[in-house]
Structures are given as structure tokens and as C-alpha cells.
Design a protein around this ligand. Structure first.
Ligand code: SF4
Length: 318
């Protein structure tokens, strides 16, 4: 049985103790695909609240972008980062004992604000006790060179990861989900981040509209070839009050079945270079905002059990 390399085991080995990610949502952050800079409405599946547990309470009325001047929210944002880190750390400490953490800038586009704001917030996160690094979720069309340069500098002493949504390497799919950038843009951003020596995580979604398994696996193969260091696999699920929910209700989108997802996941892992670290093998949601497929609402333990079973059949332990 071959042991798959997960992000968690990599970090635990490197730091000799469990390292957990603390998800952060910063008020005033948005996304160029939502604020109208690239498009309005966002990706068809996006309802950011459902993807980020800390978001609802930190939502603001002012939003930043790359050309924002003064940032009246900065003190508030700093306080939010500190508070979220401390609150989440407490619950992890109760559960795990001693641990180190990555501050995970998760909600919206976490390089889409003036450089001075980003620098301050990244620094504040890193100054908190037991924070050993950062993981920064962003879009490929929203990362300025000076941010990459700064992260590269930080990576000399800290564990720094940048996470890009790849989703698919088909332009027609990216168009259909209103992604607001093309495949070339993702490839260039990943290669640029790598040229700065940064660790890159790529998100892939299986079950996107119009895609068959061959396309999903091709996206995985191309993402591996771009040099990602880590991967997150997700099924596409439909959340209420999204554009995708309307498409689903009109019968224009059929979600991926569990069996097909499992089969695609195992095949994608099978062809993955084994130095790539697996950060995630599925995603789901356990509240009534989930519209479909229902298996994405199954208890996490059950789903992970099924995934482990399928991987074991293919000779992998996860
Ligand atoms: S890039 Fe992310 S935050 Fe922006 S619309 Fe798409 S899913 Fe939502």
C-alpha cells in the first residue's frame, strides 16, 4: 500500500508537531469578479459566506481594490485578524494540545487590496504566537509583483503558500462559470509565483458544467505540469441563491454523482506526481444552503471513509 503525501503529514514532519490552518475573513476584502472590475456576480457557484465560516460577522460596507488609496478599515482589519487567530487557536488547542498554525487568508481574493494593507495584515498574522506561516487564497488575475516579492522574502523564514483557483484548464468552462479570466492567465500566474520560489497550491473542481471525466483529468494533468506543489480537489456543489442554483433549477446543470467523483479522484491521484501534497480530497456543506448533490451534505467522516476505501482499492493509504 502506498502512503499518499498529505499537506498535514508534510507539515507535521517538518515542524515536529501538528500544524493547522486558521481560516481568516477580512472585512473590506472583495473580489474583482464581484465588484465589477472584471465582472459582476462572481463565479456562478460562488456564495462566499458558504465557503468561509468567519466571513458573515466581518463583512463591511467599504470594499478595497488594487487602487484604493487610504484604507479607513485598516485598524479594524488588524483587530479582526488577531481576534480570529486567537479564537480559532483556542479551539484547536483544546482539541489537539500544542500545535502550530498557518494563518489562512481564505475569503474572497486575498491579494486584492493595496500592497501596504496586505503587507500589514500578513505581518500582523505572522506576529501572533505559534503562527509559523501563511496560506493566501487568491485569483490568478489579482496578484501584483510586489506582493509576490514580499511573500518570497517572507518565505525565507516562514512557511508561505499561495493558493490559486485553477478549477479547469478549458476556456469554455471558465467562461461558462463566469470566472473572469482565461487559462493562460492561470498558467502565467502559477509559473510567476514559482519563479519567486513560492509554494503553490492549485484548486481543481470536478463536475463543472459541460465537462466529462476526460476533461477533468486533463485539467489535473495540466495543473501538475504547471508545477503546483499541492492540490485541493473539490466536487462542484450547488448552493442556494447562486447563479448555478438557477441553472440547476432550470435543468441546465447536472451535478456529479458520488461514484463518478470517486472514480475521477482516484484516477487524478493515480497520475499525480507523488511529490505533490494533497490538501483536500473533497468538500461539502452541512447546512440547508446546499441544493445538490445531496452526497455533498453527507457527514464528513462517512465521505472520508468512502474516499479512503476507494483509494485503498487502488493501492493507496490516505
Ligand atoms: S474568484 Fe472566488 S471569491 Fe471571486 S467570485 Fe469566484 S469563487 Fe467567488
Amino acid at each position: 500500500m502506498e502512503k499518499l503525501q498529505t499537506f498535514g503529514t508534510y507539515l507535521k514532519k517538518k515542524y515536529s508537531q501538528p500544524v493547522k490552518k486558521i481560516p481568516l475573513a477580512v472585512g473590506g476584502f472583495t473580489c474583482p469578479n464581484i465588484d465589477g472590475t472584471v465582472a459582476k456576480g462572481g463565479c456562478t457557484f460562488c456564495l462566499n459566506d458558504s465557503f468561509s465560516p468567519n466571513l458573515s460577522k466581518n463583512r463591511d460596507k467599504i470594499f478595497l481594490n488594487l487602487s484604493s488609496g487610504e484604507n479607513p478599515l485598516l485598524d479594524k482589519q488588524i483587530a479582526q485578524v488577531v481576534e480570529q487567530i486567537n479564537e480559532t487557536k483556542l479551539s484547536f488547542q483544546k482539541e489537539l494540545g500544542v500545535a502550530s498554525y498557518l494563518a489562512y487568508f481564505q475569503a474572497f481574493t486575498n491579494t486584492y487590496a493595496p500592497f501596504e494593507t496586505l503587507k500589514k495584515l500578513y505581518d500582523v498574522a505572522l506576529e501572533q504566537k505559534d503562527i509559523i506561516g501563511l496560506s493566501i487564497g487568491t485569483r490568478s488575475d489579482s496578484v501584483e509583483d510586489e506582493v509576490l516579492e514580499y511573500l518570497s522574502e517572507l518565505s525565507k523564514t516562514k512557511e508561505i503558500w499561495i493558493e490559486f483557483g485553477i478549477q479547469s484548464v478549458y476556456d469554455e468552462t471558465l467562461k461558462r462559470i463566469n470566472r473572469g479570466h482565461d487559462v493562460k492567465n492561470i498558467e502565467e500566474a502559477i509559473k510567476k509565483a514559482k519563479s519567486y520560489g513560492l509554494n503553490v497550491c492549485g484548486h481543481l473542481i470536478f463536475g463543472l458544467p459541460g465537462e466529462d471525466q476526460e476533461m477533468m483529468l486533463h485539467s489535473a494533468k495540466v495543473a501538475y505540469e504547471w508545477g503546483i506543489d499541492s492540490v485541493k480537489f473539490h466536487p462542484l456543489y450547488v448552493v442556494k441563491n447562486t447563479i448555478l442554483a438557477n441553472e440547476y433549477m432550470r435543468g441546465e446543470f447536472t451535478p456529479i454523482e458520488l461514484e463518478e467523483y470517486l472514480d475521477t479522484l482516484v484516477k487524478a491521484i493515480d497520475m499525480m506526481p507523488k511529490e505533490i501534497l494533497i490538501q483536500r480530497v473533497t468538500a461539502g456543506i452541512d447546512d440547508d444552503s446546499l441544493l445538490a448533490p445531496s452526497w455533498c451534505g453527507m457527514p464528513k467522516n462517512y465521505l472520508m471513509g468512502r474516499i479512503k476505501q476507494e483509494l485503498a482499492k487502488a493501492g493507496y493509504s490516505y
